[in-house]
Write a new protein. Sequence first.
Lengths: 272, 128
Amino acid sequence: MQQIRLFKENQRLIDELQLSSHKLEKTINELKKAQEQLVQAGKMYALGQLSAGAAHEINNPLAGIIGFTEAILSDLKNQRTIPDEIAHDMEIVLKNAERCKSIIGNLLTFARARELQRQESDINSLIDDALALVEYKTRFQNIEVVKRYGENLDKVNIDGDQMTHVFINIITNAQNAMPDGGELLVRTWSENNFALIEFKDTGIGIEKESLLKVFDPFFTTRQPSQGVGLGLSISYSIMRRHEGSIEAKSDGKNKGASFIVKIPHLTAGRPV
Amino acid sequence: MAMNKTKILVIDDEIDLCELFKKILGLEGYAVLTAQNGYDGIKINEKSDPDIIILDLKMPKISGIETLRRIRKKDSGVIVIIITGYGDAETIRDAAELNVYEYMAKPFNNETVIKIIKEAVASKGKDD
């Protein structure tokens, strides 16, 4: 009798377990669905934000193109034909048309996400290449570049061109933050199977509210002619595709800023 | 024809657009002042007491809405026309709460700008 009771009890427990298992499976499926919806909503929100940013950026130079073209036509119709003035207005039209071209070019770069062409690379050499490419501005603005490179850093498996693009974006931002000169410290080291690179400037710094947005598309604290604010977004995207990261830090206004890039080390020919 | 002495202050970080407003509104006989950011705009507003302000919403350093708030604290009567390359509903609502006369989207036609300014001047004449 006892054995029968035990058997029935076991059976009951098995039935309960099966029921719980079914419920758990159902909950997991619902959670997966909710997560997919959240990700999709997030993507749509991001797409919306990107579209809004793009619209704003394009509409400004378009206003210049339309406005000055109408002004030129009006001058010609009303026989207010001062050649220097018309030439000046047309130069503004051309400049804003070029600006539209540049904005769309940046958008395409951001959207294209070119497939990575990875190869074994030495981080210190790549940084030197990037610094060399923007050296003229560094010298012109009296910016001192201080290098503290880690020795014998393990190689990384990266798309050298795209990583150079990231470094140039960061260095250019640092240059723009130090219009009257300053110091740019570049440091490399290894930690927990990652190569880390820090670019630290002594420039105008980044305020707390802006720090949360620096990697957002079209976010910029500069004048429109100085860029549309896609450089760091593009850099962020490149780092994500390398399974790495990029982070910005600053103690606030006029206290400089630091950008830290993390790249997984190469191990047996594949990123760790 | 008597010169129109209405003073217009344009606050927009787009230098070319400031120049455009100076040109097209200057030809209509208005005196046009410009500022490339909200802080300068607020200073010029206090110093020059314009009749109309054309104010861009999205600017670095200080936003158009914050600029408008600070202007309204000291000058509730000045006519303000906002312009923007992209206005989300929340920002436009904030602007409406700050007693904005009109809203213009960029890009705009010069004729539309002149028409709105003339209407704003006429409305100011009625209120004075």
